[in-house]
Design a protein around this ligand. Structure first.
Ligand code: IVH
Length: 667
């Protein structure tokens, strides 16, 4: 081999090893100076011999300020969340439930830290990092490979052997406390807004366009979950040990636990010991260790049944309530906000806290100038959880909820059966009108590049738009006329609007701001109904047949389409080319091979979990039912099908099919 190529390879290997020693093992073997010398030598060789360039070379870890925007890709496996609890007894219930679901089988639990950062999915092929994707909406995320490559503790090429040809590993990108404090100090001295907590700082940094800046900020990453077809071991714990051998940072806090008592002990130890860790954590995660048992336990729509997160009690601080202000949301709901004397809480300064609704204000019996307790839960906005009544000033007045909209002055209405007050002037009250536009352009909706909350507000204030359809009538000249806008940003807005025409129907539906139709509901409606014309015609009963849609949502959808102005907006959006129907291939994925058939699932399976089989049955027109009766068409039988079920099925003459036959049947 070429002598220089040889030296380049050796230097890369050596630098990778030193990176690993320094960033993963925290035990550097050479001085910073020696490291810099090796790096300089490699840089100069790569400059002289560009034909040997490799984009995974350690020299590329410094990033560049030319990184392009992010593209989105679908996750190979959806990124779900974990079910949460704050109570030890609910973790105990999880253990008991798991034992029952596993039919009394013994099982081990792995206890880990829950890192408070932003989750990341990495794909490795032949031992090389090929892609890094953020969680996004769980189904698809942003490709942030260039930024992730700057994180020194993430191996770009794996060491050791035995890794699958292709696999996915998930973890949390974090900004360690010391890097967080340094970054905020710098920002404060530059007059820039500081980050509220390391989690926001980590996710904000990961999404920066300039990877050189990302490289500078000192992100780190811990890995906690491996997925793939040929993983080295049959259990989570050993797979994580392998990941550590291949170069990943896997936390030392990872313990196999065999009983409820051991789980409780783990919780009480880490509840305080976590404060000594160099990174923010917001709880613990408990996972069933065996992958076979994980498969048997399966998933709910949102989270695995084989894991649970125990969240630490939030810390609280005492401060003075200055005054209560009221905000009007896009659906007209009035949210009371407590404005506070600034106070330090878990490392960040808090000035505002949510008071949620009138009932909360009443139950807190909060008075002007009260000393109040503020807590940070899992949410970004802290909340008031109590009042120090003894410290109340004698003449303090009780806080009374407003009776009129703070924005348009109309009399508020209380939603039946709910704690919320709303302003009924949907189509004339400014914050509602602007709120709907802001929602429409947002990332998870139409994702219109170039228009954020401020721009939406500005366009509205200038009288250029009154509703979401007006956005598509904007012209380059009009936008460029605005003070803040150069031609380039005006062009970006128009391109963003153009690109939004290919946003799929389910997101368009969510973007419309139909009250109570959130992201998940919109998705379910879109997939079930297929297009907006059909949805507009549906009556209450038909709507309520859709998963997740109850009477309140059904009513809200009917009300929405009953308004002429909404119909007009939809018409205009349709004319400019927005997606109001599912694409063909989504519907093609379905077959009607099981049309009208009812199928009972029994036992455990090798290829899919029971939940997946349920979805497969429904996708193919069938119905999954719980128990065998004369009306059952098939029993899909896995291993360990219960003897009673077997007998019942045979005595009724119902066809019992195994997993492979079933898969062939619907192929
Ligand atoms: S396991 C299928 N383990 O918590 C579940 N998650 O609420 C895979 N997280 O999105 C996740 N530390 O970002 C797992 N040790 C840990 C974790 C962890 C932090 C985050 C992760 C996930 C969220 C779930």
């Amino acid at each position: 081999m070429d002598l220089f190529k040889q030296r380049i390879d050796d230097l890369r290997k050596e630098l990778n090893r030193h990176n690993h020693n320094y960033y993963v093992l925290n035990s550097p073997q050479i001085s910073d100076y020696e490291y810099d010398m090796l790096m300089k030598e490699l840089e100069s060789l790569e400059r002289d011999y560009p034909e040997f360039d490799d984009d995974l070379s350690p020299t590329h870890r410094v990033g560049s300020d030319l990184s392009a925007g992010f593209t989105q890709v679908a996750h190979i496996h959806p990124m779900l969340s974990l079910s949460n609890t704050y109570s030890v007894s609910e973790v105990d219930d999880f253990m008991t439930r798991t034992r029952q679901q596993l039919m009394g089988e013994t099982f081990s639990i792995v206890g880990e830290m829950k890192f408070d950062g932003t989750s990341i999915s990495l794909i490795y092929e032949n031992g090389r990092l090929v892609r890094a994707v953020t969680r996004g909406d769980g189904e698809k995320g942003d490709v942030v490979t260039e930024n992730v490559k700057t994180i020194r503790s993430i191996p770009l090429e794996l060491s050791g052997k035995g890794y699958p040809k292709m696999f996915e590993i998930r973890g949390e990108i974090v900004l360690p406390w010391n890097a967080f404090e340094k970054l905020n100090a710098e920002r404060a001295s530059n007059g820039e807004p500081v980050f509220a907590n390391p989690r926001n700082a980590a996710s904000g940094t990961l999404k920066m366009q300039n990877s050189a800046e990302v490289s500078r900020r000192g992100l780190d990453a811990y890995f906690y979950y491996m997925l793939g077809n040929d993983l080295p071991c049959d259990n989570h714990y050993d797979n994580m040990l392998k990941a550590r051998e291949w170069g990943f940072k896997v936390s030392d806090v990872m313990t196999r636990l065999e009983s409820i008592e051991q789980v409780d002990e783990f919780i009480s130890h880490w509840d305080t010991a976590r404060k000594l860790l160099p990174v923010a954590t917001d709880g613990l995660v408990f996972k069933v260790n065996s992958l076979r048992q994980q498969l048997n336990l399966g998933y709910t729509a949102k989270s695995p049944r084989w894991a649970i997160a125990y969240k630490f009690q939030a810390e609280r601080a005492l401060t003075r309530l200055l005054h209560v202000s009221y905000e009007v949301g896009r659906t007209g709901v009035i949210t009371p906000v407590a404005n506070l004397e600034p106070v330090l809480l878990s490392g960040t300064i808090v000035k505002r806290a949510s008071l949620h609704n009138e009932d909360i204000i009443k139950s807190l019996d909060i008075h002007e100038g009260d000393m109040v307790y503020v807590e940070k839960g899992g949410e970004i906005i802290p909340k008031i959880t109590g009042v120090e009544v003894d410290m109340r000033q004698s003449e303090a007045k009780k806080i009374e909820f407003v009776s009129h909209c703070p924005a348009c002055g109309s009399t508020l209405q209380r939603v039946e059966g709910e704690a919320a007050w709303i302003c009924p002037q949907k189509y004339t009250c400014k914050p509602q009108m602007v709120g709907r536009i802001e929602h429409f352009v947002g990332r998870r909706m139409m994702n219109i590049d170039g228009i954020g909350e401020e721009t939406a507000q500005l366009l509205f204030d200038q009288g250029m738009i009154k509703n979401i359809a007006d956005l598509y009538d904007l012209t380059l000249d009009e936008i460029a006329m605005l003070d803040r806008f150069a031609n380039r940003s005006a062009e970006r807005i128009l391109q963003g609007l153009e690109a939004s025409k290919s946003v799929p129907f389910e997101r368009v539906l969510f973007a419309l701001s139909i009250p109570f139709v959130g992201e998940t509901t919109a998705k379910k409606i879109a997939r079930k109904v297929g297009n907006i014309d059909r949805l507009m015609e549906m009556n209450n009963d038909e709507l309520m047949e859709i998963d997740d849609v109850g009477s309140r949502i059904a009513e809200s959808i009917i009300d929405y389409f009953a308004e002429d102005c909404n119909k007009e907006i939809i018409d205009r959006l349709r004319k400019v080319g927005l997606q109001f129907a599912l694409p063909e291939e989504k519907s093609e994925n379905r077959t009607n091979k099981l049309q009208g058939k009812s199928v009972v699932i029994s036992g455990t399976f090798a290829h899919h979990s029971r939940d997946e089989y349920k979805t497969i049955i429904e996708m193919n027109g069938g119905k999954n039912v719980g128990s065998i009766s004369k009306k059952t068409d098939y029993v899909l039988a896995g291993e360990n099908m219960g003897p009673a079920k077997y007998e019942k099925a045979t005595s009724l003459g119902i066809e019992i099919i195994d997993e492979d036959t079933f898969l062939k049947l619907i192929e």
